[in-house]
Design a protein around this ligand. Structure first.
Ligand SMILES: *Cc1c(COP(=O)(O)O)cnc(C)c1O
Length: 355
């Protein structure tokens, strides 16, 4: 790896490559300095961060902390489904493509129903009311798993956003068809920052029943919050979390960093920065020869089609990024700590390789 790259220590492969933000680390250390505390979530930090999440969403929701997003999604969906139910999602959904069958496993067999389709929204990784309606009405016989949940990812796996109106429209169909609405919010912060709406407007006020509120990609060391706006769905959820091996013994080290995330809107500041870096990258590479940006970035990632030799040259220069997304597109992901210098260095190397 060339030396300048080593000194930058930054990549565009995943927002998980980034470390812990100072605010989260501060409260992690505060929790460690506060002496002995009860385990398993009975501590003051878990109480405090849970209350802060309730204040943030302006509602009396139930909140559970788990280690990662796969567990958050899998356990939330398991709580919303019986084994004979099904979950509607897109072909790109993380629950479908990247959780190793976790949702099916933890629900004892609930099937994921993937919405096919070539609509503009589908190409942007989004569900539509029509796609949901088509799947719900396709079969109603006893030989087919009964649709029970619509799962939306916000921001989507393709770095696009559902507007408040779009979430409302899908939730309205869901309500009419007696489905619950789950939101995979691994990048919820990036979505709220980009939309400029209140977090409640894009969740429970729009009809979302359960949100998996991601913190890790936005600057936490570890830990996602499962937020139940429909509190009836969280019955016995604590036991589900424990059985799945997701109940942190020293829970305070997951929950205390959330205080730093929520205090003074650090979560939004981090997300706004990551989003801005994606815009900077987009502006720097969109007009380069041979570079085809698949769609304008809306959150913190840029998806581009690059000629194979160009990809090879970037890899040879030590850059890391994924290219497993549909159509062979390369995903360039920005994080809370991505520097303008790293963006500019990548763009310069890309310009040289493409030129
Ligand atoms: C990263 C991510 C998750 C969570 O993944 P973990 O690696 O299990 O934390 C969930 N959904 C989406 C869309 C993601 O990008």
């Amino acid at each position: 790896m060339p030396s300048e790259r080593t000194s930058l220590h930054q990549q565009f492969a995943s927002d998980n490559y980034a470390g812990v933000c100072p605010e989260a680390l501060h409260w992690f250390l505060q929790a460690n300095q506060s002496g002995h505390q009860p385990g398993y979530g009975e501590d003051v930090w878990t109480q405090r961060s849970t209350d802060m999440i309730r204040e943030l969403f302006q509602t009396d929701c139930d909140v559970y902390f788990v280690f990662n997003g796969t567990a958050a999604n899998s356990l939330a969906l398991a709580a919303m489904c019986q084994s004979y139910h099904s979950v509607i999602c897109t072909p790109y959904a993380h629950v479908e493509t990247d959780e190793c069958g976790g949702p099916e496993f933890f629900s004892n067999g609930s099937k994921l129903l993937v919405a096919e389709g070539e609509s503009p929204a589908a190409k942007l990784g989004k569900l539509t009311p029509d796609a949901v309606e088509a799947l719900v009405t396709r079969r109603s016989d006893i030989h087919y798993p009964k649709p029970k949940v619509v799962s939306l990812t916000q921001a989507t796996e393709l770095g696009t956003l559902y507007t408040v109106e779009e979430v409302r429209a899908i939730a309205a169909i869901a309500k009419r068809r007696h489905l619950k609405v789950h939101m995979d919010g691994a990048r919820f912060a990036n979505a709220v920052a980009a939309l400029g709406c209140h977090p409640s407007d894009i969740t429970w006020r729009a009809g979302v029943d359960v949100l998996c509120f991601g913190g890790t990609k936005n600057g936490l060391p570890v830990g996602e919050a499962v937020v139940f706006f429909d509190r009836a769905l969280s019955e016995d959820f604590a036991w589900r979390v424990k059985q799945a091996g997701q109940l942190a013994s020293k829970m305070r080290f997951i929950s205390a960093p959330w205080v730093g995330m929520l205090e003074n809107d650090t979560w939004l500041r981090n997300a706004r920065h990551a989003n801005a870096m994606a815009q900077r990258l987009y502006a720097a590479i969109r007009d380069l020869p041979g570079v085809q940006v698949l769609h304008p970035p809306q959150a913190n990632s840029v998806f581009v089609q690059l000629p194979a030799p160009v990809i090879g040259q970037l890899y040879a220069r030590g850059w890391k990024f994924y290219q497993f997304i549909a159509g062979g597109g390369c995903r360039l992901m920005c994080a809370w700590d991505t520097t303008p210098e790293a963006v500019d260095a990548f763009a310069a190397d890309l310009a040289e390789a493409a030129g």
